[in-house]
Design a protein around this ligand. Structure first.
Ligand SMILES: O=C(O)CCC(=O)C(=O)O
Ligand SMILES: [Fe+2]
Length: 502
């Protein structure tokens, strides 16, 4: 007997979906049309009263949302017990979680304050100061997609971009465009995406495996007789008893170092000197970068709110820039502004430029930039700088090589000077190092003494005391395509011959 034939159908053919009239042409649904009500479940008269047998396989499905019946024997809830675990409760607040992504946030300002530099001893304790930094680390500079030979050397640059993803196997654990130099892939690994940095060139011989299986030994290559290494000219010189130029300059450097260490400069107690950070109205936002009491040299950095992007645009457009050419190419563009009445020219290597009086519009913005330093001409020790050198670095190829601002105009080799540098536009690396004797006529810092600081939009950097006597600085070449303008404020103390202020 086929009992199941007696069980009525309790679902429509459309399995509960609304049944629409078959035509869906324009003007559908017609006014007043409503889909037929869903078939009622269970239909009246179901289940049929049949005893015995029953057919549990046709019973209506259990209701997953039904409230379980109350347990009359349940213990009363302990009011001191921890609350039962709620799997749908929101996760507890993680104070270290990154802030949620705000899709309406304004785009990142490329001139926002830069992250702290990572040179040794930096950042000092208490850093960062009160102002909020934008984003650290900065996004990796845009790079063309890596070719078949992987990324260019030196990419990704240090301290840029998101942290490296964990290395892993199988290959899909690593994103296809991430190939750090010592990536521990197994030797058989082949990149999953063609055209992206194959890690190992395919064997030249397609039969290599076959050959191995056949136990055919390739004839061993005869070791080529190594040509005798030519005796280096340096070694020759050593044999002859005199020194190579490199050894000579190493000795000179060691002598200069010993001399410097044996002769400390006057302390601030012996010869008073007020540092700019001590007169600033925002001393806490000044970060010490170099505090070298022995050499009476100080360098501080701060972020100033008074420097605007409009200033950058105005300077770029209004200043009549002079091109400075190096040995091979244009290295940067400059302008030399001086206080009214001064006629002192300025020399960039062999190129000399004549003085241009501070335009009023420039003085207005400069006073705004340096406002927190409380410089006033009434106090003879804190006069507003009487000249400024402006540099325009149009892109990463523009630079200024190792030098110190020790021109006779400032007497930086003999007395304390105060140089205030303001950055507008793109961020560039500002490097400093101890002065060493020239190597083959070239100025370079003493080995191991170099430190690097990032100077970004609105950052002010000071070099004080005898910094120009003992330290060198440079703006190294970079990869940026953005322009940077730098204003280096100084004080002329010995006006040039022919200047009315002499
Ligand atoms: O661009 C800079 O930050 C440095 C410029 C500089 O050293 C100079 O003008 O003497
Ligand atoms: Fe300089």
């Amino acid at each position: 007997m086929h009992h199941y034939a007696l069980v009525p159908r309790y679902r429509s053919r459309s399995r509960g979906r609304a049944e629409y009239p078959p035509s869906y042409g324009p003007g559908y649904p017609p006014p007043g049309y409503a889909p037929p009500p869903p078939a009622s479940y269970p239909p009246p008269g179901y289940p049929p009263e049949r005893h015995p047998p029953t057919y549990p396989q046709y019973a209506p499905p259990p209701d997953p949302y039904a409230v379980p019946p109350r347990d009359p024997y349940a213990q009363p809830r302990d009011p001191y017990a921890p609350p039962p675990h709620d799997p749908y409760a929101p996760p507890p607040h993680d104070p270290y979680a990154p802030p949620p992504h705000d899709p309406y946030a304004p785009p990142r300002d490329p001139y926002a304050p830069p992250p702290p530099s990572r040179s040794p001893g930096y950042p000092p304790p208490g850093y960062p100061p009160a102002y909020p930094y934008a984003e650290y680390p900065p996004p990796a500079p845009a790079y063309p997609p890596h070719g078949p030979h992987g990324p260019p050397p030196g990419y990704p640059p240090p301290h840029h971009g998101p942290p490296a993803p964990p290395h892993g196997h199988p290959p899909y654990a690593c994103p296809p465009n991430y190939y750090p130099p010592h990536h521990p892939h197994p030797p058989h690994y082949r990149t999953p995406m063609p055209g992206y940095g194959a890690l190992r060139p395919r064997s030249r011989s397609p039969n290599r495996r076959l050959i191995r299986r056949m136990m055919i030994k390739r004839p061993e290559r005869k070791a080529k007789a190594k040509p005798k290494a030519k005796a280096k000219p340096e070694k020759k010189a050593e044999k002859a008893g005199d020194l190579t130029p490199r050894e000579l300059s190493d000795i000179k450097e060691a002598e200069a170092k010993a001399k410097r260490e044996a002769h400390p400069e006057a302390t601030r107690e012996e010869k008073p000197l007020q540092l700019l950070v001590e007169r600033a109205s925002n001393p806490k936002s000044w970060i010490p970068c170099i505090e070298d009491k022995h050499l009476r040299s100080w360098m501080y950095m701060s972020q100033e709110k008074g420097v605007s992007y409009a200033d950058f645009e105005q300077l770029k457009e209004k200043v009549e820039w002079t091109e400075i050419h190096g040995a091979a190419a244009l290295t940067r563009k400059t302008m030399w502004f001086v206080k009214k009445g001064c006629r002192c020219p300025y020399s960039y290597g062999k190129q000399q430029v004549s003085a241009v009086t501070f335009p009023d519009w420039f003085l207005d913005m400069a006073k705004r930039w340096l406002n927190s330093l409380n410089l006033n001409d009434q106090d003879k020790d804190s006069t507003f700088p009487n000249c400024v050198n402006l540099n325009l670095y149009e892109h990463g190829d523009h630079q200024v090589a190792w030098h110190s601002d020790d021109e006779p105009l400032f007497r930086g080799k003999f007395q304390d000077t105060r140089i205030i540098s303001v950055t507008l536009g793109a961020m560039r690396k500002f490097q400093v190092g101890l002065k060493a004797p020239r190597r083959g006529g070239i100025l370079k810092p003493e080995k191991g003494s170099m430190a690097t600081f990032n100077l970004g939009h609105g950052q002010v950097c000071t070099m004080e005391g005898l910094f120009q006597k003992h330290y060198l600085h440079q703006i190294a070449k970079g990869t940026t395509r953005q322009a940077r303008i730098n204003a280096t404020f100084r004080n002329i103390v010995e006006h040039a011959a022919g200047c009315p202020l002499r």
